[in-house]
Design a protein around this ligand. Structure first.
Ligand code: SAM
Ligand code: GLN
Length: 293
């Protein structure tokens, strides 16, 4: 029996109980961008596309997150490839990018920059899909910017590398480093902004949703008994890797605001600012390497 894309779209939307989600799934199965699917609606669905759709529906029925099944997910204006090797980029992490851009916009130019022109140095530690670092690279100017994206997971960097190829000309501003936190960077580099969304969920936290625990990479989520293990490492190395007046911008857990503010203070960082996410939970920690500006 022949089936058109229109029929398949309606069936899928009914099966998943959502117009938009059904459309995303059918678009992904068709391999066509959204505007092209509209032109296909009265065309017969080929066997391969139909098999692709069946496989996607099976994965969804087995409880796999929609984002992995689709194989890509939006983050700010980027469409990032995602698969089970990387954390699915979260909406609250888009605010981390805003915070980093904000810090860069407000930072006073250094004396050498006023003379020679500025060259911004940015590091996204634990980049996963590349979300934060690639968004920054693609939203900052083409000239005078270097963004390091790093991860301890070579698998994650494979995904980030694929996404890097998708950001166009600004890809030339991006360097990729494999290794644990600061070890992934070339020695002696200093940064205007170090940004990170490290794993910060406490081991065994009962509030982690089953779909997250069962499908997203463990090493992207868990940060030791209190969730702060990686944050401690990042905070303690920050002053040594920031330029004078440079800032550390981190995503943190909703219950970690006070503890992280204390860590930042004890590390000698200043202008400590803990900001909430859209639900009003502590989510972003910002601090500068010294008070002088
Ligand atoms: N930055 C991405 C985002 O915001 O969507 C991914 C964040 S995920 C919460 C944390 C990332 O840190 C994972 O990609 C994980 O592989 C990486 N990671 C875990 N331990 C690390 C370490 N010791 N050094 C560097 N990266 C690490
Ligand atoms: N926000 C993620 C969650 O939903 C955790 C991300 C992280 O550990 N950085 O569990």
């Amino acid at each position: 029996m022949t089936v058109t894309w229109r029929t398949l779209l309606a069936e899928t939307q009914r099966a998943v109980g959502g117009q938009q989600v059904g459309r995303w799934i059918v678009e992904a199965a068709s391999g066509c961008p959204s505007d092209e699917l509209t032109t296909l609606l009265d065309v017969e669905v080929g066997e391969r596309a139909s098999a692709r759709l069946d496989a996607m529906m099976e994965r969804l029925a087995a409880g796999e997150p929609l984002q992995y099944v689709l194989g890509s997910w939006g983050f700010r204006h980027l469409d990032l490839a995602v698969d089970p090797r990387v954390l699915i980029p979260r909406p609250e992490t888009e605010l981390v990018v805003d915070a980093a851009l904000d810090v860069l916009a407000r930072r006073p130019a250094r004396r050498a920059e006023r003379r020679d022109g500025e060259h911004l140095m940015i590091a996204d530690l634990g980049t996963g899909s590349g979300a934060i670092g690639l968004a920054l690279a693609s939203e900052l100017p083409l000239d005078g910017v270097t963004v390091w994206i790093t991860d301890v997971s070579a698998d994650a960097l494979d995904v980030a590398g694929a996404n890097l190829a998708g950001i166009g000309r600004r890809a030339r501003n991006v360097r990729v480093g494999l290794g644990s936190w600061y070890d992934a960077l070339e020695p002696d580099l200093r940064f205007d902004v170090i940004v990170s969304n490290p794993p910060y969920v406490a081991d065994g936290d009962p509030d982690v949703e089953a779909v997250v625990r069962d499908h997203e990479p463990e090493e992207a989520l868990f940060g030791g008994p209190d969730g702060l293990e990686h944050i401690r490492t990042i905070v303690s190395g920050a002053a040594e890797h920031l330029r004078c007046g440079g800032s550390l911008v981190m995503e943190i857990g909703a219950t970690h605001g006070r503890a992280v503010a204390g860590l930042l203070d004890r590390a000698g960082l200043v202008d400590i600012d803990i900001r909430p996410d859209l639900s009003g939970h502590d989510r972003i920690a910002i601090a500068r390497s010294f008070a002088g500006g």
